[in-house]
Design a protein around this ligand. Structure first.
Ligand code: ADP
Ligand code: MG
Length: 339
């Protein structure tokens, strides 16, 4: 007699949800990315208690058709991928169709949404993955999602949550990166009713950097604008004199997505070698753009680590782009130094 059984749907669902939803910050990341994928120009994020009891994300994007609302909460339900070929050219932030299903499996979710074409909007309530209400509701075009009591039905997960302030900081870090990766979207963050971030959404990276890091940091930046072997590189690096003790302000984005890339980090620091103090590292906000085919975003559910088909063009573009910017940025200072 065998001892293997296939997990029942509910248990399988909770396990799968755990892959996507680790903590409140993962929920916020997924919801804001959905808003951006829906073409929103303004997104507001509100949280209470580190997001554990309450998170609300409001966007002015496309909205969801009534007929799609329940479907959008099914696992592997997405409007962003239709065929295998689409996987090679993903230009949206989401594509797995797992976020809403995962979030709804482990919390109380209320969704309000309306498309431009519909007169009435939809209010949809789903608890622990089970639909409770689907009804007409008056609302503006766009989508509002409220997520309450994360992990209320998975106490083991709940135990791993950190203090409210730590979870709220993790959310703030995610939102900083989203603001920096999408300067065309105005992002507002209300943390226990206090405004903690408000990027203008004017499309200028510098405005987003200002909103995130403030005046002092922004005023000391060197612009980068470079292209090499099909890799475009733009953004800002810190002046060598403003080097930092750690890498927390090294931000890389590829095709509009925040990434961790050892190659890019090493290239940045190599380019700075000799011009900053040993033990210090540069800060940067650098965007890379390469052919969608050259990067595989399909590595991990949270998609922070990406794989490049070939790391060398990335290294070369970052290294030479930063070097060039440093030379240009430094020249006037060097010349004006008293000898
Ligand atoms: P994915 O983003 O990978 O497609 P999700 O589970 O995050 O999967 O969302 C499922 C679908 O629900 C999306 O493909 C999209 O069609 C719809 N959707 C989710 N959030 C929004 C939103 N804020 N505005 C418009 N449509 C949305
Ligand atoms: Mg999504």
């Amino acid at each position: 007699m065998g001892i293997i059984n296939v997990l029942d749907k509910h248990v399988a669902e909770l396990i799968a949800a755990g892959e996507v939803v680790e903590r409140p910050a993962s929920v916020i990341k997924e919801l804001v990315e959905n808003a951006i994928d829906a073409g929103a120009s303004a997104v507001t994020v509100e949280i209470k208690n580190g997001g554990i009891t309450y998170m609300r994300v409001t966007d002015n994007g496309s909205g969801i058709f009534r007929d799609d609302v329940a479907v959008s909460f099914l696992r592997h339900a997405t409007s962003k991928v239709h065929s295998q070929d689409d996987l090679d050219t993903i230009s949206t932030l989401g594509f797995r169709g797992e976020a809403l299903a995962s979030i709804a499996a482990v919390s109380h979710v209320e969704l309000l949404t309306r498309t431009q074409d519909e007169l009435a909007g939809t209010r949809y309530v789903i608890d622990g993955g089970v639909e409770q209400i689907c009804e007409d509701a008056g609302c503006a075009q766009g989508t509002t999602i409220v997520v309450r009591d994360l992990f209320y039905n998975t106490p083991a997960r709940m135990k791993f949550l950190k203090k409210d302030v730590v979870e709220a900081n993790a959310i703030a870090a995610i939102l900083d990166r989203i603001a920096l990766s999408h300067p065309e979207v105005s992002l507002r963050f209300l943390r226990d009713s206090r405004e903690a971030l408000h990027s203008p959404g004017d499309g200028k990276l510098k405005s987003a950097v200002y909103a995130v890091y403030g005046r002092e940091f922004t005023s000391g930046l060197i612009p980068v604008d470079y292209e090499l072997n099909g890799v475009k590189l733009w953004g800002f690096i810190s002046k060598p004199s403003a080097a930092r003790p750690n890498r927390s302000m090294q931000q890389f984005f590829i095709n509009g997505r925040y990434i961790k890339s050892r190659t890019a980090m090493v290239a940045l620091e190599e380019a700075f070698k000799g011009s900053i103090m040993v033990g210090k590292v540069p800060a940067c906000v650098l965007h890379l753009k390469i052919a969608f085919q050259a990067v595989d975003v399909n590595v991990h559910p949270t998609k922070i680590e990406v794989r490049f088909m070939n790391e060398k063009p990335i290294f070369d573009a970052v290294y030479h782009g930063v070097k060039t910017a440093l030379n240009q940025g430094d020249t006037p200072n060097v010349l004006s130094l008293p000898k």
